[in-house]
Ligand binder design. Structure first.
Ligand code: GAL
Length: 653
């Protein structure tokens, strides 16, 4: 593929020629080229412009726009326009509309209002994608394709429509074959939920009490995930046939959580995601304090951004990815949308490269003077003047960013099914899968360490010195097998709630850890959900470490079978019981204590001869090949081993 041969980071921009007069196109394309951009992504919401009436296509404007980019020397990434079914289509087939959790039909007038499971909508998508790929599949300026736009975003992964419910029933029948098997897997004897026919089973919304059966929700999420993946695959198949030489990617959203992204990425050439560091902190990081939100209000938090980069790099086993939308000014969708600090666009671009980005595409070229995104910025303002981000992009030198490999010694395990089951019963208002996962990730990043985030099954290619599983709650037999094999050769650290749920979301009959019992050598004694005003003291078992640690929000205590205790609780209902255990290469950490986890990671690194740093707040290191990127996310200069790094800037060591 041509994307793999690019030697240095490339840049581009999302452009919407249909939002401005055609007289502007040439000017824009020339300005984009002059700015050093290589790519424009276009078309992803343009169904109505391409096909104003059913079966009546207007290609002229898109032909002209693509020709103009070509003349300017820009390559095009074409989005399939399926995130925005036009009004005429919805009028003809209202049944393609998605239904929300309250059983309300999502009306036309925004975007992503369709149901992935709808056979009619799928056919319509195949039709428009075929038409587009036939016309542009071999166009010399078209470098590749983006399927749809941000699948599952804005609460659209699940639809509770009649189509979806019928599809769910069929999906369950395929999976379980018998109702007895389903009833056993879901534990339906509880509260008389037992089903005696497939048609009795519905989607798990609007249940009369507080929540639906978690095993049912887990399967519904799996079903909806499969619907999204199938929906995308229909497009991939068409593009592959009609545009075989071009790449296919998809732009995943920040912390995309509602479908299995490992599976959704499998047939893409590479992964892309949309990075909005400021909105990410304000809107997605619900666990962060006001103090942190204020401190990083104009840069975003370094670890939140890196975590997303590392996830997306890991989806296809550690390959380069694209940032398909990079914030380059203020956004419009978070609770607050401050201007980025001076230098932030350069900072984010360098960070993306250091974590494996091959291309960074800014969102968007010219701010919109119409409709929903009037309050969003672009590289240029509504009247065409260059905005602050434009100036920063003009100062970037992409030659500094060669596309060399990243070699992390630490892997962090992540999987969507653990998240889906964890988040149904977090048992603590302040906890979620991501909150727990992020705590471990951020601790490792604060020590200057690079991380690969991978699916547990990808451990079969294990080359790591240390493997950390912060929140691996659901452990299937297959995953258990891989974990056991890994533990024979590799140091491993597990966080709370490990192996607490079976594949169908139940607690194993022999209790937590039974899937990996011999490997950990412990049993759960109790778990303790702490309100934010409670803390729990932890002390070392053998007094080697003189410190005392405070756990917050979650503690688990363990009974020792063959493992030894490293730390135990020194007060409260679990006093004297083990909080951290070790057996051979396997450590289990049952308490969420920032300082304690940091100490344990450092101890592991000493043992494994991995060098750590004590980084100051807001300073982070990332390594790509032999390059070490030092970044300062603070609004003041910092000193780092003889280098003075100005506010909001990076150096390469
Ligand atoms: C993204 C989306 C874009 C635009 C952008 C605004 O989530 O893909 O189309 O809406 O947000 O920040």
């Amino acid at each position: 593929m041509n994307h793999a041969s690019l030697p240095c980071l490339t840049l581009g921009v999302c452009d919407y020629p249909e939002h401005v007069e055609a007289t502007q196109w040439q000017i824009h394309a020339q300005q984009q080229k002059a700015l050093g951009l290589a790519f424009v992504r276009i078309g992803e919401f343009s169904w109505q412009k391409i096909e104003p009436q059913s079966g009546k296509f207007d290609w002229q404007w898109l032909d002209d726009a693509i020709d103009i980019y070509q003349q300017a020397g820009l390559k095009v990434v074409l989005g399939t326009p399926t995130a925005t079914p036009p009004a005429w289509l919805v009028e003809s087939y209202p049944e393609i509309l998605a239904v929300d959790e309250n059983n309300q039909v999502k009306k036309f007038g925004s975007r992503r209002h369709y149901d992935h499971a709808s056979p009619i909508y799928r056919k319509e998508c195949q039709r428009i994608v075929t038409a587009m790929a036939t016309r542009y599949g071999k166009h010399p300026s078209v470098a590749g394709w983006q399927t749809d736009n941000e699948l599952g975003h804005e609460g659209t992964a699940q639809s509770y429509s009649a189509t979806s419910v019928i599809g769910f029933q069929q999906w369950l029948e395929n999976k379980y074959s018998s109702l007895d098997a389903l009833n056993a897997s879901w534990g339906t004897v509880f509260w008389s939920q037992t089903y005696s026919s497939w048609s009795q089973i519905s989607s798990p919304n609007l249940t009369a009490v507080r929540q639906a059966n978690p095993s049912q929700v887990l399967d519904f999420k799996r079903y909806c995930s499969d619907m999204i993946i199938d929906f995308q695959q229909l497009q991939i198949d068409i593009i592959r046939a009609l545009s075989p030489e071009r790449f296919i990617t998809h732009n995943f959203v920040i912390f995309a959580s509602e479908f299995d992204l490992y599976k959704a990425s499998k047939n893409l050439d590479f992964v892309a995601w949309d990075s909005y560091p400021i909105g990410m902190l304000e809107y997605f990081a619900t666990w962060e304090s006001e103090e942190i939100k204020t401190r990083y209000a104009r840069t975003g938090h370094p670890d939140l951004v890196s975590l997303n980069h590392d996830i997306y790099r890991g989806l296809k086993g550690g390959t380069d990815f694209w940032v398909m939308e990079q914030q380059c000014g203020h956004a419009n969708w978070a609770q607050y949308n401050p201007l980025p600090a001076d230098g932030a666009v350069k900072l984010w671009t360098a960070q993306a490269w250091a974590h494996g980005a091959q291309s960074v595409i800014y969102f968007r070229w010219r701010a919109s003077h119409m409709a929903q995104e009037i309050m969003h910025s672009g590289l240029r303002q509504q009247d065409g003047r260059a905005d602050r981000g434009h100036k920063e992009v003009s100062e970037l030198s992409t030659q500094m960013y060669p596309l060399v490999p990243i070699k992390a010694k630490i892997a962090i395990l992540h999987d969507y099914e653990s998240m889906w089951i964890y988040d149904q019963q977090p048992h603590n208002l302040k906890l979620s899968y991501w909150a727990q996962f992020y705590q471990f990730y951020s601790i490792v990043r604060r020590l200057g360490l690079d991380v690969d985030i991978i699916h547990p099954l990808d451990l079969t290619k294990n080359t790591y010195s240390l493997v950390i599983a912060p929140a691996l709650t659901l452990v299937s037999d297959e995953v258990a097998k891989v974990l056991k094999a890994t533990a024979k050769t590799t140091k491993m650290m597990f966080g709370p709630r490990t192996a607490f749920r079976t594949e169908s979301g139940l607690v194993p009959k022999d209790g937590q850890f039974s899937a990996i019992a011999e490997m950990v050598g412990i049993k759960l004694a109790n778990f303790d959900s702490l309100r934010p005003t409670l803390t729990q003291e932890i002390v070392p078992f053998d007094k080697v470490d003189e410190n005392q640690y405070q756990a917050k929000l979650w503690c688990e205590s363990y009974e020792l079978i063959t493992a030894k205790a490293l730390y135990h609780y020194s007060e409260g209902p679990m006093s004297g019981k083990a909080a951290v255990t070790e057996l051979d290469k396997v450590m289990v950490v049952g308490a969420l204590s920032q300082q304690l986890i940091s100490t344990l990671v450092k101890q592991c690194c000493v043992e494994l001869e991995i060098t750590t740093e004590e980084l100051a707040e807001g300073v982070r290191l990332s390594h790509r090949g032999d390059h070490c990127l030092v970044q300062n996310f603070n609004q003041h200069t910092v000193e780092f081993v003889g280098h003075s790094i100005p506010a909001v800037s990076s150096i390469i060591k």
